[in-house]
Design a protein around this ligand. Structure first.
Ligand code: GLP
Length: 633
């Protein structure tokens, strides 16, 4: 038997990491296509287990492309979907029946009779039998050949929430609060989200002959790490796949970023000690041992798998000082550069003293979640700041909010629009999509929230742009298609401002998300300016608005916030009224957006403090995007 490689010491399931989701799905689609064709050649059928959610969307697009362009036929395929919400009709816009039609079945030649999806609309007393019948049908078809899976933030597969046993079968389940919160936007409000679902069991999934679990984006990184590297537990059903002899995790770099091989590469092999990796490992060592950077000694390095680093770049004290200085130089209270100061070691240039700054926010609120305090500073330091909201965010407005606003208008005597909106809300119920008029109304709500929020950061209305990018206006979640008109709108804005600084987010988000689509619009637009003189002098800063902050060694600009600035930030986020939770009290894990954002910034300050740098109340942080195509620095 060969010695296990370093990676195998940590990973309990075969895991393949691809540069991005599109490369990953090409490989999976190719393998599925080959398997389907091989069965066709034998005159046999192929049984494919399918999943829903954002994750499989790129895979389905690739399969549809193969059908159209390469003649891949699904005539011999029988499909079984993992799950369906209970209590909703298949015509509901968020039913998995409808999702599968829109994403796959309507575009390929799979015969209707060979499509199987658990029924969500059966009477409660019939569910048990329907579930049994589903299991029997899978068996009658010879079992599932290949099962596609995504993974929920709770670690669920299908709708097997934490607590699902490894031998569970198709059944009715109660959805976890976090899962329902994640679905709240799709359903225009948490209270529209079904409480129950019908799902294949973990045991049903384990019976599949081959399993691919796909995951994209940083928001999945933690749960992926736990599923791949920790012992299997009921609290994380995806971890049961470790016991499957033919299951594979297919990841993009963002979702794989917490794996030991990426996070601590020195523990699994012999990496080249670049300055970045040295910084990463030294900061990690300091935090792990609870010792400030400048107190680390050679022995600490040697006893923690870093003897090569300290031999190559030590002794410890010199290495410590180097990393300490690098981290120290990320801190600045002048996010737009400090005029009249030596900027050799500052993240931003001193000149021009007054910069044109463009902040791109995919949806209203992304901006303030990540950088309300930085925005306020930029304004206070006299820079010309423009905040552009790329999409209207109308899809994220719960119906109750529209109702509230329309009621208010009605009372104030503006009855024409208000009564139309109220009537539409009433007629629509939870079962149809918003009309263009209702979407526009909801987008006005978000505009007003955004204006109120930016006012807290010192920005006047004239500094705000609403781009309402067409990909969003024409689309729905998971069905966004970026087009030339989106890129043209973004290019016009950039060309008009010719910014010295751009703040943008979404480069590591799930590829179907609004943030990732917005980033791709930006990326396409900015390319056309690469030879412009102004662009050569433009710094692009990436911010993170989702739950996860940059790792400490990645940070290139750290903007400290005073206690008052932290309060003001919370106030700014609070203005996004339609995004507040519908529940009056939340537990620690599911706190409100402003609490989470502030907590995250406080967490960064704690890390800086632990490394032995100054102790701040909170820190907002940024990473510079390299102008090298597609890569962040
Ligand atoms: C839902 C589905 C799962 C899916 C999960 C993650 O809970 N029932 O099958 O894996 O969402 O969704 P997404 O891919 O959108 O992150």
């Amino acid at each position: 038997m060969s010695e296990p490689s370093g990676q195998e010491l940590y990973e309990r399931i075969p895991t393949k990491v691809f540069e991005d989701a599109s490369l990953a799905v090409c490989e999976v689609a190719k393998e599925i296509a080959e398997a389907i064709r091989a069965r066709q050649a034998e005159g046999k059928s192929f049984v494919l287990g399918l999943a829903t959610g954002s994750t499989p969307v790129p895979l389905y697009r690739e399969l549809v492309r193969m059908h159209r362009e390469e003649g891949l036929s699904f005539a011999n395929v029988t499909s079984f979907n993992l799950d369906e919400y209970f209590g909703i009709e298949s015509r509901h816009p968020e039913s998995y029946h409808r999702f599968m039609r829109e994403q796959l079945f309507d575009h390929i030649d799979i015969p209707e009779a060979q499509i199987n999806i658990p029924q969500g609309a059966v009477a409660r007393e019939e569910v048990f039998e329907a579930c049994q019948a589903y299991e029997e049908k899978i068996e009658a078809c010879g079992g599932i050949d290949v099962q596609i899976l995504g993974i929920g933030r709770t670690g669920h597969i299908g709708f097997n929430e934490p607590g699902s046993g490894p031998h569970s079968r198709t059944r009715l389940v109660t959805l976890d609060r976090l899962t329902r919160l994640d679905a709240a936007r799709d359903f225009q409000g948490e209270h529209n989200v079904p409480r129950y679902a019908v799902t294949m069991g973990v045991g049903t999934i384990m019976d599949a002959r081959k399993v691919y679990l796909l995951a994209w984006g940083r928001s999945k990184a933690e749960v992926i790490k736990a599923a791949v590297e920790d012992a299997p537990v009921e609290s994380l059903p995806a971890s049961f796949l470790q016991a499957h002899s033919n299951a594979y995790f297919i990841l993009d770099t963002a979702s794989a970023s917490e794996l030991t091989r990426n996070k601590y590469p020195w523990l699994v092999g012999f990496p080249a000690w670049t300055p970045e990796l040295a910084r990463e490992s030294v900061t990690h060592l300091s935090l792990k041992l609870g010792k400030p950077l400048l107190k680390l000694v050679d022995k600490d390095y040697q006893e923690n798998g870093l003897s090569e680093l300290v031999t190559e770049q030590g002794p410890a004290y010199g290495l410590n000082i180097r990393v300490f200085n690098e981290v120290q130089h990320t801190i600045t209270g002048w996010p737009g550069g400090k005029p009249d100061a030596d900027d050799t070691y500052r993240p931003e240039r001193a000149l021009p003293a007054r910069k044109r700054v463009l902040v791109l926010s995919p949806e209203p609120q992304d901006d303030v979640l990540a950088m309300a305090a930085t925005l306020s500073r930029l304004v206070a330091h006299g820079h010309e700041v423009t905040v552009a909201y790329l999409t209207s965010g109308s899809l994220g407005v719960p119906d109750e909010e529209a109702n509230w606003a329309a009621d208010l208008m009605l009372e104030a005597g503006d009855s024409a629009i208000a009564s139309d909106v109220l009537r539409e809300l009433e007629e629509k119920g939870a079962f149809s999509e918003d009309s263009p008029r209702l979407r526009t109304f909801k987008s006005y709500l978000r505009r007003n929230e955004a204006r109120a929020s930016l006012e807290m950061c010192g920005l006047s209305k004239s500094c705000i742009r609403f781009l309402d990018l067409p990909f969003y206006e024409k689309g729905r979640y998971r069905r966004f298609e970026v087009g030339e008109e989106d890129v043209a709108a973004m290019s016009r804005l950039i060309d008009e401002i010719k910014p010295h600084q751009i703040f943008v987010t979404g480069e590591a988000a799930d590829p179907s998300s609004v943030q990732a689509k917005s980033f791709s619009v930006f990326e396409n637009a900015i390319r056309s300016f690469s030879s412009e003189p102004w662009y050569k002098d433009c710094y692009v800063w990436l911010y993170r608005s989702d739950g996860r902050e940059w790792d400490i060694h990645q940070v290139e600009m750290a903007v400290p916030c005073s206690p008052d600035e932290v309060k003001a930030k919370a106030q700014a986020i609070y203005q996004h009224r339609s995004q507040r939770s519908q529940l009056p009290s939340m537990n620690a894990d599911q706190s409100e957006a402003w609490e989470q954002a502030v907590e995250r910034n406080r967490g960064t300050a704690v890390l800086y403090d632990k490394l032995g740098l100054a102790e701040y109340e909170a820190i907002e942080c940024f990473v510079r995007w390299s102008t090298v195509e597609g890569a962040s620095k």
